[in-house]
Design a protein around this ligand. Structure first.
Ligand code: DOR
Ligand code: ZN
Length: 468
């Protein structure tokens, strides 16, 4: 195993409230030393980290890896490769596979296979109900013993309050967080986007915000009664943020995540029937987007998670109402978050950004990650926060347009005109064009110029990604 000396970076560890210039030594797979200046030792590879951040590896608690059953979209290996390219060293995979991860045998198999096949750590979120049918709770102690770290019926939210209550009681008894995609299907049936101005213009059936908020309220009330830890996935509505704030204030054990796409995009991204902007929950109004941003700034929202949801081109090529929901996000998350942050009137400090993408999600799910503490396994990412790069899904170079000016918020458009660097599109002078490694390329950010990239990613001290 090689040893490394990361020299002269901005060391950011939210877990230790550390923000200082200096060096990090990785020896024997662990963080060995952190100091303002360390002398290279024999045999050590020295990496110059000037102008870069040295941070704990990013943690994504919401990823769809598609195995078993849909390996044409993604695999444990390709999803892991996309993760480390995006700076993530730990990810949580969702159970809506084929078959769903509702049995200890399947959970054990994914844990064991991921250990061999994925370059990053993979934690399994098992199903909440058998077959994810929302009828019969799973065997939680058995799932936990098999290695599950939480339970969720993501994508198939439990409709019956009574079943959800029983599931929460079961999970609470075994210390498993209940992770919920909040959607009342009676309100969203047949919808393919947000119910708003754009859906009306396009003549598409939309899901109202209440489809989300009704279930957030229900789940939070049930969590209050059962004492379980409720984690709300991909918040998308302004009222949802208010509900999370309210229930936190009541002492309910509730945490929430937001996705980079909900922070940056609105329903307008669907205006040209771009199925790569179709996801569930849908992109909503500018008021919702702004409220989500406030939710992050005011710490109502705990962390950022991608909901990396790969789909094959032939699936996304269908007409908008028929195309599957979901967008890939592992490789664009960091660049999106730093771009979003750069657009804020008062951008967040780098330490807070790292908190949102690493330490906080690790804490939400209770994962052994999100810190550079000396002696811990060296899950480390070196980030170039200033690198501007253009997202190129492989094979789409000719069909790409620099779409960002049309779908960014007004504030960004103003900056577009201020900055001649922006929106020049693929291959413009001085712009780094990067192809996605994920097996699927369904990103609404194709052709976008993002800000910031993982230069080096280490998992347990092994260099698993190096940006060329
Ligand atoms: O956009 C989504 N994609 N939302 C979901 O609920 C499911 C996910 C998927 O698995 O593709
Ligand atoms: Zn999901």
């Amino acid at each position: 195993m090689s040893n490394y000396l990361l020299k002269n970076g901005r060391i950011l560890d939210p877990a230790q409230n550390l923000d200082q210039r200096g060096d990090v030594r990785i020896r024997g797979g662990r963080v060995a030393e952190i100091a303002p200046s360390l002398t290279p030792e024999t045999g050590e590879r020295v990496i110059d980290c000037s102008d870069c951040w040295i941070a704990p590896g990013l943690v994504d608690i919401h990823v769809h890896l598609r195995e078993p059953g849909q390996s044409h979209k993604e695999t444990l290996q390709t999803g892991g490769e996309a993760a480390v390219a995006g700076g993530f060293t730990s990810i949580c995979c969702m159970p809506n596979t084929d078959p769903p991860l509702d049995s200890p045998t399947l959970v054990r198999e994914i844990v064991a296979r991921a250990e061999r096949e994925s370059p990053c750590a993979v934690y399994v979120v098992a199903a909440l109900t058998q077959g994810m049918r929302g009828e019969v709770p799973c065997d939680y102690p058995a799932l936990k013993q098999a290695g599950a770290i939480a339970c969720s019926d993501d994508a198939f939210p439990v409709q019956s309050a009574e079943v959800m209550r029983r599931a929460m009681l079961g999970c609470a008894a075994y210390g498993l967080p209940v992770v919920t995609h909040c959607e009342d299907k009676t309100l969203s049936e047949g919808a393919s986007m947000h119910a708003g101005v754009v859906s009306a213009q396009l003549g598409l059936k939309g899901a109202p915000s209440s489809a989300e908020t009704v279930q957030i309220a229900r789940n939070a009330l049930l969590a209050h009664e059962t004492g379980c830890h409720l984690h709300i996935q991909h918040l998308s509505t302004a009222v949802g943020v208010e509900l999370v704030r309210f229930f936190k204030a009541q002492g309910v054990r509730i945490t929430a995540e937001v996705s980079p796409h909900h922070l940056l995009l609105t329903e307008a991204a669907c205006a040209a029937f771009d199925t790569d902007a179709k996801m569930n929950p849908p992109l909503r109004s500018e008021a919702d987007r702004a409220a989500l941003a406030q939710g992050v700034l005011r710490s109502v929202i705990d962390c950022i998670a991608t909901d990396h949801a790969p789909h094959a081109p032939f699936e996304k090529a269908q007409p908008f109402p028929a195309a599957p929901f979901g967008v890939v996000g592992l490789e664009t998350a960091l660049g999106c978050v730093l771009l979003w942050n750069s657009q804020l009137p008062q951008p967040l400090e780098p330490l807070r950004i790292v908190h949102l993408l690493s330490t906080a999600p690790a804490r939400v799910m209770g994962l052994p990650a999100g810190t550079l503490a000396v002696g811990t396994p060296a899950d480390v990412v070196v980030i170039d926060p200033n690198l501007r790069w253009t997202v190129m899904p492989v094979g789409e170079a000719n069909s790409m347009l620099p779409s960002s000016p049309r779908i960014l918020s007004h504030r960004t458009e103003e900056r577009e005109s201020e900055s001649p660097q922006r929106g020049r599109g693929v291959g413009g002078e001085g712009i780094t064009v990067i192809e996605l490694r994920s097996k699927s390329k369904n990103t609404p950010f194709k052709g976008w110029e993002l800000l910031g990239k993982a230069r080096y990613t280490f998992v347990k001290g092994v260099l698993v990604h190096q940006a060329d």
